[in-house]
Design a protein around this ligand. Structure first.
Ligand code: SAM
Length: 268
């Protein structure tokens, strides 16, 4: 499918690896180019990054089900990526077809393919935006027409906050988004961690530092600090495979080496 579009004239530099496409390849997708595959292969040599990506997507499914069970039917998914199996709207609309989802990504391939996937779905849309520009995301007409800000919304930030360095004030960013949401709103977040994977993550940090998307690893305490006054639901900040495994999905090969912390937290 990736070959059926003239990406060069769409302004996509296919010679440079892009985060969204590297992740797509990790997940077994086809929306990637040789430069992306080279990065993914190099990462896979240093650690279980494919398994990390798989466990992250399994957490996404469980987190969406958790939100729906908690009565939340509106989702704002920031850094949503190239559509893969089990996207937020698919899981949520399985339970309630009226669930509404706004996806946000800045990668043109992710946006183009999300538009194709969502054509004809009146309850889901994709915005091409930089998630760090809170006002732009929140005030866009599509966001406002699909999401009711007087009712709880689930904000998803999966596998993306590690690309925001401390100087980018990720805690402030989360706080800006959450302050505009109704009480009872939820935040679901996953974040790269070196826990039980010190060597592999040190290599990944070094490698990502050479790309356009350097990463910042954060400990469970640092991830907790990003939540501000949000209240983490049980079991708090844990490795992805350990967050409510009973909510479904195949087990992890080694839950201790999930590579991401995961949390769902509630706004009082
Ligand atoms: N959230 C999805 C998941 O967990 O399966 C995709 C995660 S993927 C590793 C990270 C995504 O975040 C990529 O698609 C990338 O383009 C997007 N991204 C990174 N920084 C962004 C930013 N500042 N604004 C919008 N999207 C961003």
């Amino acid at each position: 499918m990736v070959d059926s579009v003239d990406w060069a004239s769409a302004g996509v530099d296919v010679g440079k690896p892009a985060l969204a496409r590297v992740y797509d390849y990790m997940l077994g997708g086809e929306l990637n180019f040789p430069a992306d595959r080279a990065v993914a292969e190099r990462l896979a040599e240093v650690g279980p990054f494919r398994e990390m990506a798989r466990l992250n997507r399994l957490f996404l499914r469980r987190a969406v089900r958790f939100c729906v069970d908690a009565g939340v039917r509106q989702f704002l998914d920031l850094g949503s990526g190239i559509p893969s199996s089990g996207n937020v709207h698919e899981i949520a609309q399985e339970s309630d077809p009226a669930s509404r989802v706004v996806y946000v990504d800045q990668d043109p391939v992710a946006v183009a393919h999300s538009e194709i996937l969502l054509a004809g779905n009146p309850n889901a849309t994709i915005l091409s935006a930089d998630l760090r520009d809170t006002a732009d995301v929140i005030t866009q007409a599509e966001t406002r027409s699909l999401l009711d800000f007087d009712r709880p919304i689930a904000l998803f930030l999966l596998g993306v906050v590690q690309y925001i360095p401390d100087s980018g004030n990720p805690a402030g960013l989360i706080s800006r988004y959450m302050s505009g949401l109704a009480p009872g709103s939820l935040l679901a977040m996953t974040h790269f961690t070196a826990q039980n994977m010190e060597v592999e993550m040190a290599a990944a940090v070094q490698y990502f530092a050479e790309t356009a998307a350097p990463i910042t690893l954060r400990s469970a305490e640092q991830v907790t600090a990003l939540l501000g006054d949000l209240e983490p639901v049980e079991p708090g900040v844990v490795l992805t495979a350990k967050w409510h495994p009973e909510l479904g999905g195949p087990p992890a090969a080694d839950p201790e080496r999930s590579g991401h912390h995961a949390v769902v937290a509630r706004k009082r």
